[in-house]
Design a protein around this ligand. Sequence first.
Ligand SMILES: NC(=O)c1ccc[n+]([C@@H]2O[C@H](COP(=O)([O-])OP(=O)(O)OC[C@H]3O[C@@H](n4cnc5c(N)ncnc54)[C@H](OP(=O)(O)O)[C@@H]3O)[C@@H](O)[C@H]2O)c1
Length: 264
Amino acid sequence: MTDITAAHPQDLTGRAALVTGASRGIGFAIAAQLLARGASVTITARKPDELAAAAERLAAAADADRVLALPGNAGSADAREEAVTRTVERFGNLAILVNNTGINPTYGALMDADLDAVRKTFDTNVVAALGFVQLAHKAWMGEHGGAVVNIASVAGIRSSGVIPAYGASKAALIRLTEELAWQLGPSIRVNAVAPAIVKTTFATALYAEGEEKVSAAYPMKRLGTPEDVAGLVAFLVSDAASWITGETVRVDGGILATGSLGSA
Ligand SMILES: NC(=O)c1ccc[n+]([C@@H]2O[C@H](COP(=O)([O-])OP(=O)(O)OC[C@H]3O[C@@H](n4cnc5c(N)ncnc54)[C@H](OP(=O)(O)O)[C@@H]3O)[C@@H](O)[C@H]2O)c1
């Protein structure tokens, strides 16, 4: 029977989250959303000054005790270890992991793709995400449970022609999400989200031909905002999603429903 006196199922009070790549864009919006729902949050990014400024903005909106900023490259095993260890030390748990860091250094024809750049793309977008899950499992989730969300992309679901190596890496991340969900259930849930074009620094090249022109192909007639993605991630890590695992949820303004990926 429904318990009408229970706390809101999306309340995250007492849980600590690690959000990678969160000094701006989607990661920052996710961190803000998790904080607003009561979680404590560690954010990472490579550039220390931008990360510190982001942490200040988050602390001003929530409270400074619930925000920790740890500069580091997601591709570095040492940086991953530090982020996980210090999150547990500072907040006493690591119930939520959001693998948000993603890079896209190569565009266009795969026959011309620089293999070092492709390797780096897979290393950052897929291998580093697995590395974070391994560490979170060891440090906290293996014993106590938790929720992981990997930030994939519609480019991991349908070919774009424009960003194929990146798309292949996000497809691998989607498969990894399913494999992890199977191996880590029932105490750890692992899901992914697949955004279409969201207006961030990362995506500016994808709508360089004009935002109005690109968004015309979307049923929702606009591009995404970081907050569009953040609300979904906050739901997926919460108890409201307690029977959802191994899923990749599209948050794409309907673009995949059109059968095309527009210009991305
Ligand atoms: N925007 C879109 O249209 C879109 C669509 C689908 C999926 N996505 C995915 O969403 C995620 C976030 O993208 P975004 O659009 O929010 O990008 P963004 O605005 O460029 O932000 C990226 C964030 O990640 C950090 N970062 C980048 N490389 C890193 C690394 N190697 N290690 C640690 N931190 C790193 C950046 O800070 P530093 O530069 O200081 O490291 C920044 O905080 C990515 O996984 C991307 O693939 C984006």
